[in-house]
Design a binder for this molecule. Structure first.
Ligand SMILES: C[S@@+](CC[C@H](N)C(=O)[O-])C[C@H]1O[C@@H](n2cnc3c(N)ncnc32)[C@H](O)[C@@H]1O
Length: 201
């Protein structure tokens, strides 16, 4: 099954409470985005059906974009937001093939980069990240931590510490903040996440 079909199947067959990564309130992401930029433009890469867009609209962010490979995920988020969905730009694309036509002040990714286990795909992601940001942009990445699960949604992942992420992004991105988080899945399992914030130099 290709990547898009895999994710469309997950979002079509499972409700929010059956998805391990579901969060009612994406508190860590919100805090890190607010610390990075109180009103700038934000892109949530691999945002899926996350409630981050709802929370950012509530907080007054006016220039919001959600990108995901799964149209089913984006449709779920749009349906939930109702008329407010029109305040968000929605992009259905594979981040490793996407060519951005603008730059954002904040790039946010929770649990997407870690699925890219091949160097070539990681390089393509970093090329998209570089093209979609400007010097001074904030980059907030959440991945499974070194003691986190080895798989997510049935797929292998690469696990990172903040230093690992800094090394992978390279000298063009300065580590500004980091946090270890124990995410509780809807069925009570604990997953160890790394979140790291960077400033593009
Ligand atoms: C574990 S989920 C996390 C979703 C969301 N960030 C959250 O925290 O609720 C991973 C998301 O990445 C998306 N995704 C996976 N591979 C992708 C790719 N190559 N390009 C864009 N999105 C991708 C999936 O469709 C899914 O929505």
């Amino acid at each position: 099954m290709d990547t898009q079909a895999h994710w469309d199947k997950a979002y079509t067959e499972k409700s929010d409470n059956q998805l391990s990564w579901f969060q009612e309130v994406p508190a860590r992401s919100l805090a890190m985005i607010a610390a990075a930029s109180s009103h700038g433009s934000v892109i949530d890469v691999g945002g899926g059906a996350s409630r981050l867009a709802d929370a950012l609209l509530d907080a007054g962010y006016a220039d919001l974009t959600v990108l995901d490979i799964s149209q089913a995920a984006l449709d779920r988020a749009r349906a939930r937001l109702g008329v407010r969905a029109a305040q968000v730009q929605w992009i259905c694309a594979d981040i490793t093939r996407w060519v951005p036509d603008r730059a954002w002040d904040v790039w946010h990714d929770r649990a997407v980069f870690h699925f890219l286990i091949e160097r070539e795909a990681q390089d393509a992601y970093i090329a998209a990240l570089t093209a979609a940001t400007h010097p001074g942009s904030a980059v907030i990445l959440s991945t499974f931590a070194p003691d986190g699960p080895e798989r997510c949604s049935g797929l292998s992942v690469q696990r990172y510490s903040p230093a690992d992420l800094a090394q992978r992004l390279g000298a063009g991105f300065m580590l500004t903040d980091q946090a270890a988080e124990r995410h509780v899945t809807p069925w009570g399992s604990i997953q160890s996440f790394t979140t790291a914030a960077f400033r593009r130099v």
